[in-house]
Design a protein around this ligand. Sequence first.
Ligand code: COA
Length: 162
Amino acid sequence: MLRLNDLDICLLKDKPKFLNICVQWSYDEWGKHVEGCTLSEMKKTYVSRLTGDGLPLMWIALKDDVAVGMVGLKKHGHSERENLSPWLSSLYVDEQYRGRGLGQFLIEHTKQQAKIMGYRNIHLYTSVSSSFYTHNGWEHIGYVTDPMNTKRKAALYAQELS
Ligand SMILES: CC(C)(COP(=O)(O)OP(=O)(O)OC[C@H]1O[C@@H](n2cnc3c(N)ncnc32)[C@H](O)[C@@H]1OP(=O)(O)O)[C@@H](O)C(=O)NCCC(=O)NCCS
């Protein structure tokens, strides 16, 4: 049973004991497909998200002190679109908790945080989850090179923070 009201959404930097699970999710889902990316390189990226007051930030969803999902917010998302900011990133829901609204809940949390920071739009790219974002109201605004396979394009999405 997953009740979204029972989840804690915490900054990863306040709960560093969950760093390794976030790194592992990220590496397994995306990193291992990027040429030259290793688990330790991935960890360095995540460690850099544990310091500082501004972006990037990572949040984790905890159920009874067990990590069940994560999401990030970054100022810079893709070198081909430096004009766009901020970016939703690293959205991941543990397999056994999928299909119960947690992914959408993490997106709403991130949008709310971006809005509080004064942003009026939010962006993301994906090469594998277009159907999820289209279904959830994101506007397809173009393409960027897919870092997981530079011969391929990833779809670029945006939403207004109303
Ligand atoms: C994509 C992902 C985050 C979805 O998380 P989730 O918790 O299962 O999603 P939710 O339960 O919040 O789904 C919200 C809505 O999207 C729909 N949905 C979920 N996955 C979908 C998909 N792959 N395609 C289309 N619609 C989808 C759900 O049916 C639900 O619709 P409803 O509100 O009309 O009932 C999860 O599958 C995941 O972590 N995948 C691996 C990592 C990934 O692909 N991340 C995306 C960034 S690249």
